[in-house]
Write a protein that binds this ligand. Structure first.
Ligand SMILES: [Zn+2]
Length: 497
């Protein structure tokens, strides 16, 4: 890299960090310290935060912290503090007392909530005020612009209709951008047939939803000889989409008569109240990563073991601090998500935007940990890696990993069964050999059985139309003690024999 460019880049990222530091200081002083039960007790530590780098001196917040005392994380304004502010007095003089009171209501009164989607026993509620809804809408509009959507495009939102971030962010993205968006409610509300009907009626340019569900809908469309020639973007969220899955979605879109299709991922989580998208990028090149909104939040990447921040472009765990949230507020929130390319500040090689970006692969470890699936037959298993490997096999479509106990006896050995849908004409024994090799390369064990299933059976196994989220990993191991392993319980699909 030429020295001139490098200096300019360092300069612009420093400027950005300075600006974020100023926003952070103001947010902590004016909004968090005076009105948060939890963070008021850390007031002295928070007052020592003068720049983004100082964040490292604050303790992390974990899901457990919020679970133990959710009310403590809700901002509850103190009228006396607000009334004493010179800005409040000035606004009261200019616009009247009532107008000022109403603006505080909009800013602080909770009016909406979403829940975490983890499999832990209790989903966590995150409260939004109208101020947050405004930011949610703003973040949605940014997704549309970064994905290079056009106003005249018609969009089909296939996220499940549920109090989850993904559905509502998509909905508000549509209203903010001013585009025609139909929300089908996903598989559970409209079923595969219902989604296909809307797709045929609307002839959308853009599909929004979870990769596994969109995969099923497109596959079902092909099996009915339907066409969707206008399709030009598939915007994914809610779960990971490894390159193999994207390739399969692109292939399905081509079979439906579509031309060039951008398959773009978003990354977000309930606690951030927003998600960040990729921008379109040429085939064969690496994604520019998830484009962050530096004025709405700060992402830090830390060493998952020591908790120490790592340098630019280094792998680590994603930690989030909002800069303008109301309602439920968590600072330095540890996501449990690992990113291998880290956080970078250089302008995006594809769209040129000068915003920080998260690049590389994200592994969501929290869910696997919650389900106690990280250990199998006494061996540590990286299911995130396994997912990538299976999605990258072109000869298979939908798949599901099933965990059982031999003979359904809790004291017996764990069994790993892979259900797969074979694509094309490949030879079964050859495919079994290939799958065994690929799986053994990441988890150092072979599945006990590989079972070939029809597309229809895979839909049933994954719970398409029956579950909020399609199941790619199911645990059918009988519970020894229901109180000790409550988080293993499955939601419906996995009834124990
Ligand atoms: Zn970009």
């Amino acid at each position: 890299m030429r020295p001139g460019i490098s200096q300019c880049r360092v300069g612009s990222s420093r400027l950005l960090l300075e600006r974020q530091g100023a926003l952070l200081r103001r947010y902590l002083e004016r909004t968090v310290i005076p009105f948060s039960g939890h963070y008021a007790s850390l007031g002295d530590d928070l007052r020592r935060v003068h720049c983004v780098e100082d964040l490292r001196h604050l303790p992390f917040t974990s899901k457990r912290d919020v679970q133990d005392n959710p009310r403590d994380f809700i901002l509850i304004p103190d009228r006396k503090v607000l009334a004493r502010r010179p800005s409040t007095l000035l606004r009261a003089v200019l616009h009247g007392r009532k107008a000022v009171e109403e603006s505080f209501e909009r800013e602080f009164r909770p009016s909406f909530m979403t829940f975490t989607t983890g499999r832990s026993a209790q989903p966590l509620a995150f409260l939004y005020t109208n101020h947050d809804l405004r930011n949610l809408q703003d973040a949605g509009g940014r997704i549309m612009r970064i994905c290079e959507a056009k106003r005249e495009m018609k969009m089909l939102n296939m996220f499940p209709y549920a109090p989850h971030l993904a559905f509502w962010l998509s909905h508000y993205a549509g209203t903010e951008f001013g585009v025609l968006m139909v929300s089908s409610g996903g598989g559970k509300v409209a079923g595969t047939e219902g989604n296909l009907r809307v797709m045929m009626k609307l002839a959308p340019e853009v599909l929004i939803g979870m990769p596994t569900f969109i995969y099923h809908v497109l596959q079902a469309a092909i099996s009915r000889n339907l066409r969707c020639p206008k399709l030009s973007k598939i915007i994914l969220g809610g779960e990971k989409a490894p390159p193999g899955m994207r390739r399969k979605l692109t292939d399905l879109a081509t079979q439906l008569g579509a031309g060039h299709v951008d398959v773009l991922m978003t990354y977000g989580f309930t606690e951030a109240k927003m998600a960040w998208p990729e921008c379109p990028y040429p085939e064969g090149e690496a994604s520019g990563g998830f484009h962050l909104y530096p004025d709405l939040g700060i992402i830090e990447i830390v060493d998952p073991k020591t908790g120490e921040p790592v340098g630019e472009g280094r792998p680590g765990e994603i930690v989030f601090t909002p800069l303008d949230a109301r309602g439920t507020v968590v600072l330095r929130y540890r996501t449990g998500d690992l990113i291998d390319g880290g956080l970078v500040y250089e302008p995006c090689p594809h769209c040129g935007r000068q915003v920080p970006r998260l690049v590389g692969r994200i592994s969501r470890t929290s869910e696997v940990k919650e389900m106690h699936l990280d250990k199998l037959k006494g061996t540590l298993v990286d299911f995130n890696e396994l997912e990538h490997v299976l999605d990258n096999v072109d000869a298979i479509g939908a798949w599901q990993m099933e965990l059982r106990k031999a003979n359904d006896d809790p004291l017996e050995l764990d069994e790993l069964i892979l259900h797969v849908e074979k694509l094309g004409q490949s030879d079964e024994s050859h495919l079994i050999h290939e799958l065994n090799d690929r799986i053994a390369s990441v988890i150092e064990m072979h599945p006990n059985r590989i079972i070939f299933e029809s597309a229809e059976e895979m839909r049933r196994l994954q719970g398409v139309g029956a579950q909020i989220k399609e199941q790619r990993l199911v645990d059918h191991r009988p519970k020894v003690d229901p109180t000790a392993t409550a988080s293993l319980s499955r939601n419906g699909n996995g009834a124990h024999p």
